[in-house]
Design a protein around this ligand. Sequence first.
Ligand SMILES: *Cc1c(COP(=O)(O)O)cnc(C)c1O
Length: 383
Amino acid sequence: MRCTKAIIYTENLKNNISEIKKNLKPGVKLCCAVKANGYGNDAVNSARTAETMGAAYLAIATVSEGIELRKAGIGTDLLLLSPCCPEEFSDLLENSITPLVFDQEVISALNITASRLKKKNCPVFLAVDTGMGRIGCYPEEAAELAKKIAETENLELKGMITHFAVSDGISAENKAFTAKQFESFMTAIENVRREGIDPGIRTCAASAAGIAMPEYQLDMIRPGIILYGYYADEVTKEYLESKGIKLNLKPVMQFETEVAAIRRFSPGQSVSYGRTWKADKETDIAVLPVGYADGLLRRNSPGLKVTINGKAYPIVGRICMDQCMADIGKDNPDVKRWDKAIIFGPKEKGSIFDADDIAKMTGTISYEIMTSVSSRVKRIIQK
Ligand SMILES: *Cc1c(COP(=O)(O)O)cnc(C)c1O
């Protein structure tokens, strides 16, 4: 097996789900986001674990992600968070995936597909855009659309969903915006009820708001990033700590490789494309068989460091597609050929850097660091 791999610590995933459950108000359901291959952490393993631990829903982004889970024997309700195209409607319904709808055109088209497939009571969630500026109907259209759903022969309104734009912020302005979003969502729900229609499962909060603002949990929260061991961002973490809420989150993924060769370089000798780095003294360079095609971002050279036997070593020269090089210093007794080199992982397992550290260095978020680990990197599931 290739030494460049991602270890998935299922025990940490279980730990994180338990931590979330401790912060759920009684009766609140969990919809665990396993989209994008479980944020890179293996969708099937994440889904199975969440299912075993009582998730009511699993959230996906594409129909093919849903099909992968169904083929793996996942029976839990699947909520499709992103729009899909008409070509996918029959796969969607055949695989019992619950879509978000927010306009007459898709409601009608889905109903026709359902009728052709002889599917009755196909569940849909009505998405309301209260300020995220992505998908959804405007709050004032919700009642009318709920009526349209109720009038179809084959669709059934199973829930109502909205998504916060700044739930990860604690500034007065952001808090006020989130409160306004929540209020318009509640009004939309009220209007649906006034038509005599049951709004079903009401859900508005993802990881950040779900934990930081329990008053927004409603019937179901939709955590994603915290399942995999990270806060949405630093601000959320500080906010939670200021409120005395501490989640003992543990990163699930460890992205690692091995020292494939150690080569002596003399002063002036350069490393990699563009000759951006030259040895200023005699030193040893460790060659690592991992590159940007595996998810090491090229813009992290220079800057990136890897952990080898508990110590950090800088990547020098440009990161290549399939390889990169670390300066380990001359005759370093701590680094031997075939030793493990960790790009990021849980600190408790020996990595100096986690995905948040890499994200900070890159100017992005842990979500992007984990989903960048490409499909070429085999996921090794640890129980
Ligand atoms: C991805 C997503 C989530 C999960 O968000 P996290 O910030 O990872 O918790 C929840 N709801 C929707 C609509 C999403 O797109």
